[in-house]
Write a protein that binds this ligand. Structure first.
Ligand SMILES: [Zn+2]
Length: 336
């Protein structure tokens, strides 16, 4: 009997990552007149060697690559796209949107902007500078060239290899990412949809609600086999989605209780993620917690006060107001 990979004509390539996840799963799909590549990993000289070695093993001439498709604009998914485009001459296809991380300069400008929410997280100055420096370095090193991009926002289906997939646009993890659904085989290439709701762009939107909406949408789809970008493929998808939604809700409940004493974003991050080692990447962790807090504000569960230099979140129903000033003294992030 044919394996699912044979039916899809797909080959998995696992690329190492020096990040909070060890690797990313990229894919090659064999078509009648060439190959399609899904997600690239970050650029490093070693990663490019792995790609070239993979092409040699599969007897692929780099010019046989018909298209490079990217699920979303995080550097672990698109970093090597520019260099792979130089090697293969293939079009790079993804959803282009305002605020995309692909426009590196704009992203940095946005982060460094005085009004950016990131400046109000209550992060000590040295840490803030460290985080920004780290992100700038990562981008410079891991996505050294930005490819020419073909926008596929309007496209509803796409051929990967010989198979036609529905394109699902799922928000929450980032503004939008594209996932690929094979309705007959009930297979979903899910990108990072079920990984976490972390979000690099500071937007006016509230991604956690969108994230829960995406989970609900996936619950309704018939998915027999889900292939994520990080970690192993899995079956029993509905159960997994239910567990993820439940875990997120528990995190929100824990945060709400913690906020009885009031908190900055940074303090909430230390409470929720840092202590458990759940997200060691400070920037990802902070933005994730920020959106958790904004979600609770939208739900009317907590209040947010903006002081001169930071956002301060408080659960007014929680009591213990007398200790509030203690945490509030942590509300200094070196903006002055
Ligand atoms: Zn990822």
């Amino acid at each position: 009997m044919k394996s699912i990979w044979e039916k899809l004509g797909a080959t998995e390539i696992i690329m190492d990552l020096p990040l909070w996840v060890d690797n990313i799963h990229c894919f090659l799909f064999r078509g009648k007149d060439g190959w399609d590549l899904l997600d690239t990993g970050i650029y490093t000289p070693g990663a490019m060697e792995t790609w070239k070695e993979t092409f040699r093993k599969l007897r692929i001439n780099p010019l046989d690559i018909r298209q490079i498709v990217v699920t979303h604009d995080h550097v672990d998914h698109f970093g090597a796209a520019g260099e792979l485009q130089k090697l293969t001459q293939a079009p790079v296809k993804m959803m282009m949107q305002k605020n995309s991380l692909v426009s590196l300069k704009d992203w940095l400008k946005a982060i460094l902007d005085e009004d950016n929410a990131f400046n109000y997280f209550g992060l000590p100055r040295e840490l803030k500078e460290k985080v920004i420096w780290e992100k700038i370095t990562q981008f410079k090193n891991w996505a050294p060239s930005i490819p020419n991009i073909e926008d596929i926002s309007d496209q509803e289906t796409i051929f990967l290899g010989c198979e036609r997939y529905q394109i699902l646009k799922l928000a929450g993890h980032c503004t939008n990412q594209i996932c690929f659904y094979h309705p007959d085989l009930e297979v979903l290439f899910a990108g990072d949809t079920l990984v976490t709701p972390n979000h690099l762009n500071i937007t006016t939107k509230e991604p956690l609600t969108e994230y829960f909406n995406s989970l609900e949408l996936l619950q309704k789809k018939k998915i027999a086999y889900l292939i994520p970008s990080h970690g192993k493929p899995f079956t029993r998808v509905k159960i997994r989605i239910g567990l993820i939604a439940e875990y997120r809700k528990q995190q929100l409940a824990a945060l709400k209780e913690y906020l009885a004493k009031g908190s900055t974003v940074y303090q909430a991050y230390l409470f929720l993620l840092s202590s458990s080692g759940a997200l060691s990447d400070l920037f990802f962790g902070l933005t994730e917690v920020y959106y958790f807090l904004e979600h609770l504000v939208t739900q009317g569960d907590i209040k947010m006060i903006t002081t001169k230099d930071c956002f301060y979140y408080l659960n007014l129903k929680g009591g213990e107001r007398n200790e509030m000033d203690e945490r509030r003294s942590g509300c200094s992030n070196g903006k002055d």
